[in-house]
Write a protein that binds this ligand. Structure first.
Ligand code: ZN
Length: 295
């Protein structure tokens, strides 16, 4: 009985759908609905003929322009500070950042970001691109930003100037090989850097991006703990430290939808670090932290 009723409902729905299609597809019934007497409401938006779809070339040029603007925003900030821990506190932007990828969990992170149309910043380890470069290509295609997290994830402060330079430069070369723009952002593994690091960064035109909120997600504290820590650190201009590799990252993937929905519900816009710096740059005169935890 219940099955039959369901089938009847399905048949009725099908008939309605066919009728609707016939009405929509009748010649002249859509745009000229009023004149022909068909009961189709007048279209609210502009007629299709007037909508100018950008050509592939125009789209590409727009993307390049966007990239240039973001590079210019980073360069403008680098002109008065070699590092940032957060943006200004005047806007509504928050930057989610993911370290240590690309790795086996990166596609899962990217899928959530894509589903919610969020752009993030990934600080990638160059050596990881040997196995997981497809994720880097995918992130770039999505409009995410890739920063430098060194070639092999060492403590930079323990290395010579030459070694530090190579760590930075090799990763940059790999990103360019993957089709990305040359990185303009750097995040130090373990928050380790010294005066030599700052000199090498200047030579390579890299801005050091620290963070205002370390979620310590790499310790796998549980999905709700990760969500709580992100929300606790949320404020205009916040740069939030998360990881998409370097261990099992299922907790981050599970926490992300809630993080995104809750931050948006509080009125925040989730952006890349360059976008944050363009919208709401930090004030000058910040003090470089002498030591940092993190991974
Ligand atoms: Zn790291």
């Amino acid at each position: 009985m219940r099955v039959r009723r369901r089938r009847t409902v399905a048949l009725a729905l099908g008939a309605i759908l066919v009728l609707a299609l016939v009405v929509v597809l009748l010649p002249g019934s859509h745009r000229d609905g009023a004149a022909s007497g068909a009961r189709v409401p007048a279209a609210g938006g502009p007629t299709p003929a007037r909508v100018k779809t950008p050509t592939a070339q125009e789209q590409q040029e727009r993307e390049y322009q966007h990239e240039d603007d973001q590079d210019a925003a980073v360069a403008a900030v680098r002109a008065y500070t070699p590092f940032v821990t957060e943006g200004g506190r005047r806007g509504h932007d928050i930057a989610l950042t993911f370290d240590d990828g690309p790795g086996p969990y990166t596609p899962g992170v990217l899928s959530v970001l894509e589903r919610y149309r969020v752009h993030a910043t990934f600080f990638e380890i160059g050596a990881m691109l040997q196995w997981f470069s497809a994720s880097t290509v995918r992130a770039l295609h999505d409009g995410d930003v890739i920063g430098d997290h060194t070639e092999t994830h060492p403590e930079m402060a323990l290395l010579s100037a030459r070694e530090q330079h190579e760590q930075l430069r090799e990763q940059m070369a790999r990103i360019e090989l993957a089709g990305g723009p040359r990185p303009v952002l750097f995040r130090p593994p373990y928050g380790s850097y010294d005066a030599t690091t700052m000199r090498e960064l200047r030579k390579l035109h890299l801005l050091m991006v620290l963070w205002s909120d370390d979620t310590e997600d790499y310790k796998q504290p549980g999905v709700s703990a990760i969500v709580q820590r992100v929300l606790a650190g949320a404020h205009p201009g916040a740069i939030i430290l998360l990881h998409d590799a370097g261990g099992t990252r299922t907790q981050e993937i599970q926490a992300l939808p809630t993080i995104i929905r809750d931050l948006r519900a509080r009125g925040y816009r989730l952006v890349t670090v360059p976008q944050l710096l363009e919208d709401d740059p930090p004030p000058p005169g910040q003090t470089l932290p002498s030591s940092l935890a993190g991974d």
